[in-house]
Design a protein around this ligand. Structure first.
Ligand SMILES: *Cc1c(COP(=O)(O)O)cnc(C)c1O
Length: 618
């Protein structure tokens, strides 16, 4: 054991040094102590949060974490004040995104199953749905356009009417069995859509910048990758609202249901913020016309930024000026409006193991309407408890058997303990957790200033350009050699410089001055105007940006960007009289100059032959 552990320990020392302020690569950083300690402490007891029986201390804490996050987003958690939210932890943003789609699906197609079962039983229900009519009077198209709240209310009303009708327990059981069979998951997609031919399989709408877990979610849920619809982005790498609206209009006209639309709050590559407020407006207008879709926010990265917008005592949403204090740019009016609208979404993905500074695995799914749990429960609780006891207390009691309502089964209670203790010690408002978030944004503003200064300083030799303004805490930039107008060479040069910022198995980690990350703007996946502007800025011939590359040497189907997540909160701290960002900028200058020297010594530029372009490992 000693030998194995020593080997492991030795190899672990070569892992990416996330804790270091010289790590400015991916969404990783040093962790918050309350979380680390709580995690260690709890791990020894090994609780399993699949059910309270296996995690009596940690399951209630996990539910509480759900409410802590819900409050940060502005969802209601007070049962006295109406619809309450709920949330739970997942292994990460990926699973939380799957749950978003899964929840939407089970709710959306429930009314059809119910109407079908009622038909078989020869019964009907009075005054249900958005128009308060008989269930049998709704068309199938109307039934798939009930909102989440409509469907939750529908179920409550059905339960009340059944219990008032004096239906026998045996009949209730039969009715329930038919509903179960007639749901989309009961029949399976092929039979369900085969039976209801007027209803086409639904679409899911996400921006191009969406994380690849959205592709996976449609694959896993069997909804067809073909039904994932991508919205174009604008020059700021945010969802283009005109294109979004156009898509919604098209699907409405063609009577194709939309399961959900996703807005990204802090995209993985660029930390850009989609116009959530405008998406919601379009959703509300569509609903008024009888066309409904859920709105999910993928805030895996940016979710914790919401803490910066919440006041301590009242949990009220702050004025823009309050948030702006101590900062130079953040938040623009657009961004402020987007954050404000988060409270009106239907569900949210957030990753405590990203900007929550907690250990892996810790993602979270938060839904605005706790009523959705009745549609996803393994024990199909709808109609079981006919008494319609939807009191907050009884709902919470149900949730104790967490495994019934989530995709995962056994799961770490330690992660729940870590999140809970952290949120208690560093509460999710602007005076506590928000300060941490603010530092990351401040660092980004500082970085922006400094990289601009460096660009001016080196403008005779290289062009350093920031393709779009870094609105939050991730910054990207491109570097081109002055006088070069070919994209392939620019990318080649960028990669050569980046080589020194990359973790490489063959070189001791301790030799690295800094660790960065990179990304690309891929041909056909970005706004044409943006591509044109970026390339012109970099003095690149736009003709050299191509959709296809014939060989791996002519890497010109993308624009290579240096990318830095400025998540470590220590970057403005000084080490030997110079802060880490200044140090990095100086180092970058050195790297660029060294690479320029090599380039000038090399024979003609075209001679970049085999092996010179680094193999991608990400
Ligand atoms: C990281 C991320 C995900 C995936 O989360 P995991 O925790 O890696 O599963 C999804 N969406 C966005 C926007 C992300 O940044």
């Amino acid at each position: 054991m000693r030998q194995e552990l020593q080997e492991l320990s030795a190899e672990l020392k070569n892992a990416a040094p996330f804790y270091s302020p010289r790590y400015i690569g991916h969404m990783n950083s040093d962790l918050l102590l309350p979380g680390v300690i709580a995690e260690f402490m709890t791990m020894m007891y090994n609780p399993n949060n699949v059910a309270a029986e296996a995690g009596p201390a940690t399951v209630p804490r996990e539910l509480e974490v759900g409410w802590q996050l819900a409050r940060m987003f502005g969802y209601n958690t007070d049962p006295e004040k109406g619809t309450t939210a709920w949330g739970h932890l997942t292994s990460g943003g990926t699973i939380a995104n799957y749950e978003g789609i899964w929840n939407f699906r089970e709710v959306k197609f429930y009314p059809i199953a119910l109407a079908e079962a009622a038909g078989v039983m020869g019964i009907d229900f009075e005054a249900v749905g958005p128009e308060q009519r008989k269930l049998s009077e709704y068309s199938k198209w109307a039934l798939v356009n009930f909102s989440i709240a409509d469907t939750v209310d529908l179920l409550a009303s059905v339960k009340r009417q059944i219990s008032a009708s004096g239906m026998k327990p045996k009949e209730v059981k039969q009715f329930k069995g038919i509903i179960d069979r007639e749901t989309l998951v009961g029949l399976g997609a092929a039979d369900f859509f085969g039976k209801h031919r007027e209803i086409k399989p639904p679409k899911v709408i996400v921006p191009i910048t969406a994380h690849y877990s959205w592709d996976k979610s449609l694959k896993v849920l069997g909804l067809g990758l073909n039904n994932l619809v991508l919205v174009k982005t604008d020059k700021k790498m945010c969802l283009r609202i005109d294109h979004f609206e156009e898509l919604i209009d098209t699907f409405e006209n063609e009577q194709i249901p939309v399961l959900g639309a996703v807005g990204v709050l802090g995209s993985t590559e660029f930390s850009t913020i989609d116009p959530i407020d405008e998406m919601l407006e379009i959703r509300e207008d569509a609903y008024d016309r009888g066309f409904y879709f859920g709105l999910h926010i993928d805030a895996a990265w940016g979710g914790y930024m919401c803490s910066l917008f919440r006041r301590e005592e009242t949990n009220q949403f702050c004025e823009r000026e309050e948030v702006h204090e101590d900062l130079s740019y953040f938040p623009s009016q657009e961004i402020y409006d987007a954050f404000k609208a988060v409270a009106d979404s239907d569900s949210i993905t957030v990753d405590p193991h990203k900007l929550g500074y907690l250990p892996y695995p810790c993602g979270a799914f938060v839904a605005r309407n706790m009523g959705v749990i009745d549609f996803i429960s393994q024990k199909a609780s709808y109609l079981y408890d006919i008494k319609d006891d939807r009191s907050h207390k009884s709902q919470v009691e149900k949730l104790i058997n967490l495994g019934q309502f989530i995709l995962e089964g056994s799961k770490p209670g330690a992660a729940a303990a870590a999140a809970y203790v952290t949120h208690r010690v560093v509460p999710l408002n602007k005076h506590h957790f928000g300060r941490l978030v603010k530092v990351t944004i401040k660092q980004c503003e500082y970085f922006y200033k400094k990289i601009t200064t460096l660009a001016n300083e080196l403008d005779k030799k290289v062009l350093i350009k920031i393709p779009f303004f870094p609105e939050t805490n991730i910054i990207c930039f491109a570097v081109n050699v002055k006088g070069n107008d070919k994209l392939a060479l620019m990318n080649f040069f960028g990669r050569r410089v980046f080589e020194r910022l990359k973790i490489n198995r063959f070189e001791p980690l301790q030799m690295k001055e800094f660790v960065g990350s990179y990304t690309s703007l891929v041909h056909g996946k970005i706004d044409d105007e943006l591509a044109h502007e970026v390339l012109c800025d970099l003095e690149i011939d736009t003709q050299t940006f191509v959709s296809d590359v014939t060989d791996s040497q002519s890497q010109a189907d993308h624009i290579f960007l240096f990318r830095h997540s400025l998540m470590s909160p220590w970057l403005l701290h000084r080490w030997e009289n110079k802060n880490y960002i200044d140090r990095y900028i100086d180092y970058l200058k050195e790297l660029i100059e060294a690479e320029l020297l090599k380039l000038s010594k090399a024979k003609p530029m075209q001679q970049k032959k085999k092996g010179t372009s680094p193999a991608e490992s990400e």
